[in-house]
Structure formats: C-alpha cells, structure tokens
Ligand binder design. Structure first.
Ligand code: SAM
Length: 288
C-alpha cells in the first residue's frame, strides 16, 4: 500500500488524501436493472419487501443503490437468479452510457468478462445492437458466457481470444475498451492492493497495445470509449493523450455525471474519485 500511496501523493499532492478516504468508505450495494427482463418499479418493490432502502440514480434510471441489504442477500433472490438485475458499481455503469449503443450498430467489447458492460450495452440498445464480446481468459470467458445467457443477451457473439489477435479485416462502428489495469480506483477493505511499479508498467504497455488495436478495428468516423478502474495518470490521462497524438483520433469531450466526485484529468476526459458512492474510474471518448 505504501508504494501506491507515494505514487498517488506524487501525482495529486494534498488531494491524494481524498482518494485514501474513498478507499476506506463503505459503499451501499449498487445494481443495474436489466431493462430486457424487468422494470425498475418491479425491482424496487421486491427489494423493499426484503427491507432494502432503494434509491434511483438521477443520471441513469436503471441504476439503483440499496441500503440495508448485502450483496450476498441480494444474490439469493429470484431477481438475481433470473437475470433481472446485475450487481455493478455505479462507476462501472458509465462507459456503456458514454458509448451510446444503438440498434443495428456493430459494437466490439474488447475485454469483456465477466460481462457487466457487455450486458449493459445490449440492454441500452434494447437488444438490437450487434455486439461481439472478446475475452482471453478461459475462466473469465466461461463466466461471461454464463452472464450473457442469464441476462438474456444470448445474441451477443462471444469470442475467447486475445483481442490483439483479432483479424484486422474486422471493423466496428463502436468499440469499448474497458482495459485491464492496476485497479487502483477500486481499493477497499475487501479488495487488497496489488500495486507495484513493475505491475503498473505492464498494465500501461498492455493498454497501449489494446488501444492501438482498437483504433485499427474501428471504422472511420467510429467511436471508441476507453476506461479503466484506475486513478493513476499513467493508465488514464497520459495514456489517452498519447493515444490521440499517435493515431490522430479526436478526443470527444465528456463530462462527469452530476454529483460525481472527480479528480484532475486532461480536458474532456473524466476521472472519478473513489468516495462513499463511487469507485475510482477513468473515461475518455474518441472518434476516428
Ligand atoms: N468489462 C468487464 C466488465 O464490465 O464486466 C471487465 C473487464 S476487466 C477490467 C478486463 C478484462 O480484460 C479481464 O477479464 C481480462 O482477462 C481481459 N483481458 C486482458 N487482456 C486481454 C486481451 N489482450 N484480450 C482480451 N481480453 C483481455
């Protein structure tokens, strides 16, 4: 943890204390209602009948936070088993919203497992986008396939493969790269820190390779959303600016949802600070 703290302190100065407070905050359970299988009213009523105190998020009507019920209690419900809800952090619901999937569009979710964002993309397009979900890890791929089926997203085409090896012959209208990262935004009492300088370097190199591949697979005029659950500039703002410079991709300015706590990041990108509602997260949007 000390290595990460010195890194954050060098990067953010006194502001790094907000991140450390966020790491120790206890967040309420958050979940996304799967609009393909349930409506929000039905889910709220069921959770309230179990004693949950439910709040809808102003920026996404499918995003709920629940106090008074644990994740494990919620995962015993029929709502969960039938795929009517998906346990997901608020921050991790953002990338699909910024990608704005529409019916008929070809969309690649490059690093997709366990599928929270793939199933959200599918639901946002009302089940009408043509989504390919790629994942290289066998165990995580199996989980992805399971989640796709449970969430009623069986029409999503799942591929078990290293996304860097996808055929350049393929092309997509939109790509989500929710990249593998150090996870420095999601540190909590339950998630131990995995930070080391060597690990950070590896993550940065992997992200760079995946970004370059994403650019090759994107149609001209197509949209890419790049996200990480990290608050380290090397994986976030610096990575995004280097990518834009190297490829000529245009940064499409985005802003954080109302009320979300942010950290300094390059103009037009968003870095969410971990707090009592949000996990730390980074987002940038590009057009080819
Ligand atoms: N988007 C997912 C979700 O919301 O459920 C989470 C993705 S997680 C941050 C990153 C995933 O990328 C991991 O499952 C990891 O196994 C996978 N991955 C890492 N490198 C990859 C690569 N080169 N090709 C495909 N998948 C990769």
């Amino acid at each position: 943890m000390n290595e990460l703290i010195s890194h954050l302190s060098a990067q953010y100065g006194a502001e790094h204390a907000r991140i450390l407070t966020g790491y120790s905050a206890e967040r309420p359970v958050s979940l996304r209602v799967n609009s393909l299988k349930a409506d929000v009213g039905e889910v709220i009523a069921a959770l309230q009948s179990l004693g949950g105190e439910v709040e809808i998020h102003p920026w996404y009507s499918a995003a709920l936070t629940v106090r008074g019920l644990t994740e494990s209690r919620i995962s015993e419900t029929n709502l969960f088993r039938e795929g009517k809800i998906y346990l997901q952090s608020l921050s991790s619901m953002l990338p699909p919203l910024y990608l704005e999937p529409k019916a008929g569009e070809s969309i690649l979710d490059m690093t997709a497992a366990p599928g929270g964002k793939t199933t959200e993309l599918f639901a946002l397009s009302e089940g009408k986008a043509l989504i390919t979900a790629c994942e290289r890890d066998k165990i995580r791929y199996d989980r992805l396939v399971f989640n796709l089926a449970r969430q009623g997203a069986g029409r999503v085409f799942a591929m078990r493969q290293d996304a860097c090896d996808l055929d350049d012959f393929l092309s997509f209208d939109k790509i989500l790269l929710d990249a593998p990262c150090t996870g420095s935004g999601t540190v909590s009492s339950l998630l131990p820190v995995r930070f080391a300088e060597e690990f950070l370097k590896k993550c940065v190199a992997r992200q760079e390779k995946l970004l370059k591949k994403a650019y090759r697979l994107l149609k001209k005029g197509g949209t890419l959303v790049y996200s990480t659950c990290s608050v380290l500039m090397e994986e976030d703002g610096e990575q995004a600016l280097r990518f834009a410079k190297a490829t000529g991709a245009a940064l499409v300015p985005i802003s954080a949802p109302d009320g979300a706590p942010t950290l300094p990041s390059p103009a037009g990108t968003v870095c969410i600070c971990p707090d009592a509602r949000y996990e730390g997260f980074f987002l940038a949007k590009f057009q080819k």
